[in-house]
Design a protein around this ligand. Structure first.
Ligand SMILES: [Zn+2]
Length: 79
């Protein structure tokens, strides 16, 4: 359980491009074995991708802040 929480936080670090090679490898290995985390990882990726598209058109607004907060909540709650 603790492992899952650690990986989920690490996924965010990876998405931010701040993970080192060791952490990135650990995350990839866990995601390839864990259905729950990989599903959350993909969900987070989709949110990030859509946020980036929005940012390209206009500055960060309330909707983006809400979406970010929602993503964080989803990650914290786990399953
Ligand atoms: Zn997991």
């Amino acid at each position: 359980m603790l492992q899952h929480r650690k990986i989920r936080r690490a996924v965010e670090v990876c998405l931010d491009g701040e993970a080192d090679a060791v952490l990135a490898a650990e995350v990839r290995r866990h995601l390839s074995e864990c259905w729950s985390c990989s599903q959350d990882g993909e969900w987070l990726l989709l949110i990030r991708a859509s946020l980036h598209r929005i940012e390209a058109r206009r500055p960060v607004d309330l909707a983006v802040a809400r979406l970010n907060r929602y993503a964080t909540t989803v990650m914290k709650e786990g399953r």
